[in-house]
Write a protein that binds this ligand. Structure first.
Ligand SMILES: Nc1ncnc2c1ncn2[C@@H]1O[C@H](COP(=O)(O)OP(=O)(O)O)[C@@H](O)[C@H]1O
Ligand SMILES: [Mg+2]
Length: 257
């Protein structure tokens, strides 16, 4: 893309780690700052068949939980029913799509939203098309990347693999966070962030707990936006240059971590 747009690409170490929840919560945080973020899910699989056509649960959830009014087909231009990697799901259902059609929807949303929260699909090596992985889409979109990971033992390996590859592809990593901590963090959960940061150089935003008040059915984000707000480093808002940071934030130039 010629003009690199303002926004962030939210990816994860896996599917089900909390990308959608974090995307929705981040939108709420930005809305509270008086900003006007949009949501974009370039590709989704595992969509539900509805009278209006296939609908991705992620899109339905984020739009409802954040009161965004954008058209679901614009927010999610490629919506596939089989719960498979998009490459396989598209091949099975005969759906054809092009990168330019995805970027066209994205640009159209950008007209209404100066900041875009983009959610990937699965992890970063999920195949979208022949010879085209999520990382290739990330490079095309040129956005800084946020990695959502699980906190438990084993996360060092998955998170470092993700961060290392992002770096190799020349992508700017805004940070990583852990989501879904159940109960008190053990030694593994407490020590992993430092190790990952040290080896990758990526900033750790913090740990989001499992919150039983989060509900897909009730479109509830529970305590997550409030917690995420406290974790967002001030430098993050510099991403959103076109309108600048809100006045209250400009006064305090200290970095909050
Ligand atoms: N911190 C949390 N507390 C409670 N439920 C969570 C939390 N994070 C994720 N979930 C739930 O776990 C499921 C998977 O999360 P989701 O955000 O959809 O993951 P992804 O987008 O990475 O596939 C959803 O049902 C979501 O509501
Ligand atoms: Mg999701």
């Amino acid at each position: 893309m010629k003009n690199k747009p303002a926004g962030i690409f939210i990816t994860g170490t896996d599917t089900g780690v909390g990308k959608t929840l974090v995307a929705a919560a981040l939108i709420k945080v930005l809305q509270k700052q008086g900003l006007n973020p949009g949501y974009f899910k370039p590709m989704a699989s595992g969509a539900l068949k509805t009278r209006q056509g296939p609908t991705a649960p992620d899109v339905n959830f984020v739009l409802k939980a954040t009161s965004l009014n954008d058209s679901p087909t614009l927010v999610n231009p490629v919506c596939l029913v089989p719960p498979l990697a998009p490459l396989t799901a598209a091949e099975l259902t005969g759906v054809k799509w092009t990168l330019s059609s995805i970027l066209k929807s994205y640009r159209s949303l950008q007209k209404d939203h100066p900041f875009m929260i983009v959610e990937g699909v699965g992890g970063i090596l999920v195949p979208l098309k022949k010879q085209f992985l999520v990382t290739d889409l990330m490079v095309k979109m040129g956005l800084p990347v946020m990695v959502v990971a699980r906190p438990s033992l084993g996360t060092i390996n998955h998170t470092l693999m993700t961060l290392t590859l992002l770096k190799q592809r020349g992508l700017n990593v805004a940070g990583f966070l852990f989501n879904g901590q159940k109960g008190k963090a053990g030694l593994a959960e407490r020590t992993a962030p430092q190790v990952i940061s040290k080896f990758s150089g990526a900033p750790f935003w913090g740990n989001l707990p499992f919150d039983p008040k989060v509900s897909e059915r009730a479109y509830s984000l529970g305590s997550i936006p409030g917690r995420l707000e406290k974790m967002v480093p001030r430098s993050f808002f510099k991403i959103f240059k076109p309108c600048g940071a809100p006045r209250s934030m400009k006064k305090d130039s200290s970095e909050r971590r």
